[in-house]
Design a protein around this ligand. Structure first.
Ligand code: NAD
Ligand code: TYD
Length: 357
């Protein structure tokens, strides 16, 4: 038995693969295109481990995926592969349409053909788990209840619209063809191996480099934050016991405004790696132009996965963010490695001259 993971060299995918093989001997076939966001260094602990088979390639490449499915006969496919950064989707939506919509469509076609050809037992046991986001539900006003699985889809960014479209395709393949799918919609993740273009790792990395900490608009936008390993345990649980055709919201019960997140990161750095001049890192905070169409608030109602599958996050934000900051302090070589020429080009495009400060 084996599972096929797509996008397993990215942030969540690599945490998932590492966690999976820490708790099971079931092999993982890891298909990743290695875009700017994919990093084999994330998987270095698995070097020489025969349970991990890494294949560089596109999840939308039908002949490659058909070959891998035929060769390894996985009992499940877990789809992490995507373009994942909202700001990049604003600068260039085309890649998001191609990967998140067209790519997912091709994956569904490949998986459908494979599943149709399975014998009765493996066919009944097979699962395709599609990893998605709470951003498909759009933005909440301050007092509105958190997103449940039945909340209307109202995506506002090219990223969330492309993920919403992929969720609809997955749903349609269940409804029309009976493909045994599961969809998870998760809130903002944070933790080790997070590419420093997203809020929390960018703040840690910029703070340590003495650079400005760019807070969009008034910094009062609210997100729900979940430690990445909790997301991984939720995915494992849904794969194990989720009802096919169902969607499961995953969240940390931890809503927080961005500015509070940045203050928390600064306070931890003040404690763990004080600035040489003794001043607080909050002095580096810089309010910058807001993101166009910026969603004001996301919040997840994660009662369904708790009641049906008994899953709850293990980390609080206080414990998870401390581990995260410590991980970045302990892994400066990883940070230096991902800050390639391409990364610097992105900072200049997004933050202009400030990025060089
Ligand atoms: P990421 O950007 O860190 O990683 C994406 C990975 O997919 C990279 O390794 C990349 O190389 C790979 N990839 C991209 N295009 C590919 C293609 N055509 N074929 C094969 N591989 C390809 O993203 P992430 O943060 O790890 O997110 C993983 C999934 O989880 C995404 O689907 C995302 O929408 C979803 N999600 C992310 C968050 C979050 O906070 N990061 C929250 C909820 C849901
Ligand atoms: P991000 O990590 O990009 O995740 P998402 O947009 O998918 O929620 O951003 C999280 C929040 O932080 C979001 O409200 C935008 C804000 N943000 C900043 O204020 N400054 C930044 O430099 C970045 C990258 C994000």
């Amino acid at each position: 038995m084996a599972i096929l993971v797509t996008g397993g060299a990215g942030f969540i995918g690599s945490n998932f693969v590492l966690d999976w093989l820490a708790g099971s001997n079931e092999p993982v076939i890891n298909l990743d295109k290695l875009t700017y966001a994919g990093n084999l260094q994330n998987l270095a602990p698995l070097d020489g481990d025969a349970r991990h088979v890494f294949v560089q390639g596109d999840f939308g490449d039908a002949s490659l995926v058909a070959k891998l499915l035929a060769q390894y006969q996985p009992r499940a496919v877990v789809n992490f592969a995507a373009e994942s950064h909202v700001d990049r989707s604003i600068h260039g939506p085309g890649e998001f349409i191609q990967t998140n919509i067209v790519g997912t469509f091709h994956l569904l076609e490949s998986v459908r053909a494979y599943w149709n050809g399975l014998a009765e037992g493996p066919k009944a046991a097979f699962r395709l788990l599609h990893v998605s986001t709470d951003e498909v539900y759009g933005s909440l006003a301050k007092a509105e209840p958190a997103f449940t699985e039945t909340h209307r889809y109202e995506p506002n960014s090219p990223y969330s619209a492309s993920k919403a479209a992929s969720d609809h395709l997955v749903r349609a393949y269940h409804h029309t063809y009976g493909l045994p799918v599961l969809t998870t919609n998760c809130s903002n993740n944070y933790g080790p191996l997070h590419f420093p273009e997203k809020l929390i790792p960018l703040m840690i990395v910029n703070a340590l480099a003495g650079k400005p900490l760019p807070v969009y608009g008034d910094g009062q936008q609210v997100r729900d934050w979940l430690y990445v390993r909790d997301h991984c345990s939720a995915i494992r649980r849904v794969l194990e016991a989720g009802r096919t055709g169902e969607t499961y919201n995953i969240g940390g019960w931890n809503e927080m405004p961005n500015l509070e997140i940045v203050h928390t990161v600064c306070a931890l750095l003040d404690e763990l790696r004080p600035r040489v001049d003794g001043k607080p890192y909050t002095g580096q905070i810089s309010f910058v132009t807001d993101r166009p169409g910026h969603d004001r608030r996301y919040a997840i109602d994660a009662r369904k996965i708790e009641h049906e599958l008994g899953w709850k996050p293990a980390e609080t934000f206080a414990t998870g963010i401390r581990k995260t900051v410590q991980w970045y302090l302990d892994n400066q070589a990883w940070v230096a490695n991902v800050q390639s020429g391409g990364y610097r080009d992105w900072l200049t495009k997004q933050y202009g001259a400030q990025a060089k400060a």
